[in-house]
Design a binder for this molecule. Structure first.
Ligand code: FMN
Length: 236
């Protein structure tokens, strides 16, 4: 090394952050995680521009594969375009119901978006020309999508901490949304995000309250060293 830096202690040469959060800060992080909810009921009040900027900054601080930062956010301010997105969601909601067969009518009773009421609509998307990014994606190309999901989660948690609700809507045909937003071939819409003020945060996931699904116990999801053997098929 010509610059005199010892090879064995590279961290000393970078600015470091204090690694201590106060107990109140730790508590606040866990509280935002526990009290984040997928929101579908909104008040129509607008989101303050400086708050929206903070939320987008939080999204942009997300981890990403190979530091690829594949996320793009489209802010939908044109009411006609919002209407188009709502129609596309509605079309796909009906197709989803069809595909669900026996659970169709239960599904159709669920509220699955708050697109027409919320103060702000964002579309989170994957950028085009992602093929050039190989680092961390050679065997798992979908890690770009995972990175966008990390950005959305950051936004979601920051919104909760700011007292704003957010709903993630994935019930749409991505090709149609791409066309409506004039996105280039290769780019992919990932989520329509409804963001805004709320009268209340649901105490539990709405799909749980509505009896659609319930939270699995953590113990059933954490394994040690190997995947557990499948239970033997019951006799008779
Ligand atoms: C990838 C993804 C897609 C989702 N798409 C929808 C959707 O289209 N409509 C909807 O109502 N909720 C959607 N949700 C929200 C889930 O239904 C919600 O996270 C789940 O029911 C748990 O509730 P909670 O987020 O309040 O904890 C989505 C969530 C994720 C992570």
């Amino acid at each position: 090394m010509g610059n005199g830096m010892p090879l064995h202690s590279p961290l000393l040469h970078y600015p470091t952050c204090l690694n201590q959060f106060s107990p109140a800060e730790i508590e606040a992080v866990y509280r935002a995680i526990a009290e984040r909810r997928d929101i579908r009921h909104f008040l129509p009040d607008p989101v303050a521009p400086e708050v929206l900027h903070r939320l987008l900054q939080a999204a942009h601080q997300a981890p990403s594969v190979g530091f690829m930062q594949p996320w793009r956010f489209l802010r939908i301010t044109d009411p006609a375009l919002r209407g188009t997105l709502h129609q596309l969601v509605e079309q796909e909601r009906l197709r989803t119901a069809e595909a669900l067969g026996g659970r169709a009518s239960a599904f159709l009773q669920l509220k699955v978006e708050g697109l027409r009421e919320c103060g702000e609509v964002l579309v989170a998307a994957l950028r085009d020309e992602r093929e050039a990014h190989i680092f961390g994606r050679r065997t798992l190309p979908e890690m770009d999508l995972a990175s966008v999901a990390c950005a959305i989660q950051n936004l979601w948690l920051a919104a909760r901490a700011e007292g704003l609700g957010m709903g993630w809507v994935s019930i749409f045909d991505p090709g149609q949304v791409r066309l409506a937003l004039r996105m280039p071939a290769g780019a992919q819409p990932v989520a329509i995000l409804c963001l805004g003020h709320v009268a209340e945060f649901y105490p539990r996931p709405l799909l749980e309250t509505e009896g659609w699904a319930s939270r699995v116990s953590l113990a059933e999801l954490v394994f040690e060293n190997s995947w557990p053997a499948a239970p033997a098929p019951s006799q008779g």
